[in-house]
Write a protein that binds this ligand. Structure first.
Ligand SMILES: *[C@@H]1O[C@H](CO)[C@@H](O)[C@H](O)[C@H]1NC(C)=O
Ligand SMILES: *[C@@H]1O[C@H](CO)[C@@H](O)[C@H](O)[C@H]1NC(C)=O
Ligand SMILES: *[C@@H]1O[C@H](CO)[C@@H](O)[C@H](O)[C@H]1NC(C)=O
Ligand SMILES: *[C@@H]1O[C@H](CO)[C@@H](O)[C@H](O)[C@H]1NC(C)=O
Length: 379
C-alpha cells in the first residue's frame, strides 16, 4: 500500500475532530524538582516547567487549582507541563545551558472515532523513559514499549534544507532551532489517577496519536503533545567534533532517546470537557475557543513559581559554565540503558543488557504527523 493510500485509509477509519494549541510563553521555573517522580524532595535532574504558579515538589490537584496565574495562556488551566532542559557540553567537559525559545507549545487534540474525555481531577502521567539511550527495534511495533519510544521525536528546523523528524538529536546544526517533541498516551484505565511507574494507568492507542484504545485502558482522554524549541544554532561555531553534536539533556542523555515529559492536571475539568466537545477550530488557534478566558502575555511572562531547591545554576545569559550537570548525571552514551545514580553517588540500579543502537528515521511517526496535518487541512 502506498503512502497516500495509507493516509486515506487512516482518514476514513478515524474521524479527525480538531485541536487547539496552548501557548506557554515562558518557564514558570527551571529547577531540579519533579512532583510526580520525586514528591516532596529534589529530583535527579533539572526540568524546565511551564504552567501554573503553584508548581512545587508537593503540588497536587487542589493546590495547583488555587494558583492565580500560569505561564500558559488559558486561565482555567493551572496544570504543569515539564521536560528536561538541554546543555552544550564543551570539549573540556563543562556545560552551558542552551537557550529555550519561549516556553512550550502544548497541542490538545481530539482523536479517534469516540467521545474524548477531559483529564480527571488529580490525573498525572509521564511519557518517555529517561534511561533510554537507543531505539530498541526488537520491541514489536504493536506493543506499548514500541509506542512509548516512537512517541518521542525531534524536528531539526532548517528552512533552507528541511529535515525529516527523527527519534534522536541529529548530528547537524538546526539553524532555526531543535524542536523536542513528546506525544502522551491518551487511553486511561478509568480508575487510577497515577501508578507506581507513573505510566501504566495510561496506554497509547494503536497509532500512538490516533487509532483504538486497548481493552485494558478503554477510556479515551483528549491527547496532548509538547513542543519545546532549543536555540542550538547559538553554538554552531562551537562543535568540537565534526561528526557528533555537542548537546546533552539534563538527565545525562546525549542521544535524545531518553527525552521525556510529565503532566500534572490542574484544569477546571468542566471547562476542559466543554472545550474538548466544542472547540474544533481547524486553525488550532486557542483564542477561537469560546470556553476559555485568557491571561495577557505579560501576565504569563511574569508568572513565576517559588523556588524550593535553589542551587547554583548557570543562567544561559551569563555564558558561564557548570563543571557537571546538576544532580548525579554523568553523560551516558548507551546504547545500553543508562544507570541511575542518586545524589550520594550510590549505584541504585544495575544496567540492563545491551541492545544495538538504531538510528532509524521514524517513518511511522512522520506518517502520523502528516495525518494530523491532513486532518487539519480537511476540516
Ligand atoms: C497573583 O497573586 C500575586 C500575590 O498576591 C499578585 O502579586 C499577582 O499580581 C497575582 N497575579 C495575577 C495574574 O492575578
Ligand atoms: C571549558 O570550555 C569552555 C568553552 O570553550 C570555556 O568557556 C571554559 O572556560 C572552559 N572551562 C575550563 C574550566 O577550562
Ligand atoms: C528491547 O526490547 C525487547 C523486547 O521487548 C526487550 O526484551 C529488551 O529488554 C529491550 N532492551 C532494552 C535495552 O530495553
Ligand atoms: C567524534 O565522535 C565520534 C562519534 O560520532 C567518535 O567516534 C569520535 O571518537 C569522536 N572524536 C573525538 C575527538 O571525540
Amino acid at each position: 500500500m502506498n503512502l497516500l493510500a495509507s493516509i486515506v485509509l487512516l482518514l476514513v477509519t478515524y474521524e479527525c475532530v480538531g485541536f487547539w494549541r496552548l501557548p506557554c510563553n515562558s518557564p514558570v521555573i527551571v529547577e531540579r524538582t519533579d512532583p510526580i517522580v520525586n514528591p516532596g524532595t529534589f529530583s535527579t535532574h533539572m526540568h524546565t516547567v511551564v504552567g501554573g504558579i503553584n508548581y512545587s515538589p508537593n503540588v497536587d490537584y487542589a493546590t495547583a487549582r488555587k494558583g492565580n496565574c500560569s505561564s500558559c495562556l488559558v486561565k482555567e488551566d493551572m496544570s504543569n507541563y515539564w521536560v528536561p532542559n538541554l546543555y552544550y557540553m564543551a570539549s573540556n567537559g563543562t556545560f552551558t545551558p542552551v537557550k529555550q525559545v519561549g516556553g512550550m507549545l502544548v497541542y490538545y487534540l481530539q482523536r479517534g472515532n469516540v467521545k474524548n474525555y477531559a483529564f480527571p481531577e488529580g490525573l498525572r502521567m509521564l511519557a518517555g523513559n529517561p534511561m533510554l539511550r537507543s531505539y530498541n527495534s526488537s520491541a514489536p511495533t504493536n506493543t506499548e514499549e514500541s509506542r512509548r519510544q516512537r512517541a518521542i521525536s525531534f524536528a531539526c528546523i532548517d528552512y533552507s534544507n528541511p529535515n525529516p523528524e527523527v527519534g534522536y538529536i541529529p548530528n547537524k546544526n538546526c539553524p532555526q532551532g531543535l524542536r523536542a517533541q513528546v506525544f502522551f498516551p491518551s487511553c486511561w484505565d478509568g480508575v487510577n489517577l497515577d501508578s507506581p511507574d507513573h505510566r501504566s494507568h495510561m496506554a497509547y492507542p494503536s497509532l500512538i496519536d490516533n487509532g483504538d484504545c486497548p481493552t485494558t485502558h478503554p477510556k479515551r482522554l483528549v491527547s496532548i503533545f509538547y513542543e519545546v524549541m532549543f536555540s542550538v544554532n547559538d553554538f554552531k561555531d562551537m562543535w568540537w567534533n565534526s561528526t557528533k553534536h555537542p548537546f546533552v539533556f539534563s538527565n545525562g542523555d546525549p542521544t535524545g532517546y531518553g527525552y521525556h515529559g510529565d503532566f500534572l492536571n490542574g484544569w477546571d475539568v468542566n471547562v476542559l470537557q466543554k472545550a474538548v466537545d466544542n472547540c474544533n477550530a481547524a486553525s488550532g488557534v486557542v483564542e477561537e475557543c469560546g470556553e476559555f478566558s485568557f491571561f495577557t502575555n505579560d501576565q504569563t511572562n511574569k508568572c513565576k513559581a517559588k523556588s524550593y531547591f535553589p542551587e547554583k545554576v548557570v543562567k544561559y545569559d551569563d555564558r558561564g559554565y557548570l563543571k557537571s550537570l546538576p544532580g548525579c548525571n554523568p553523560v551516558q552514551y548507551g546504547p545500553q540503558q543508562a544507570v541511575m545514580y542518586d545524589c550520594d553517588a550510590e549505584l541504585t540500579r544495575t544496567p540492563s543488557s545491551t541492545s544495538a543502537a538504531s538510528s532509524k528515521v521514524i517513518g511511522s511517526q512522520a506518517l502520523l504527523l502528516l495525518t494530523i496535518l491532513l486532518c487539519t487541512l480537511m476540516l
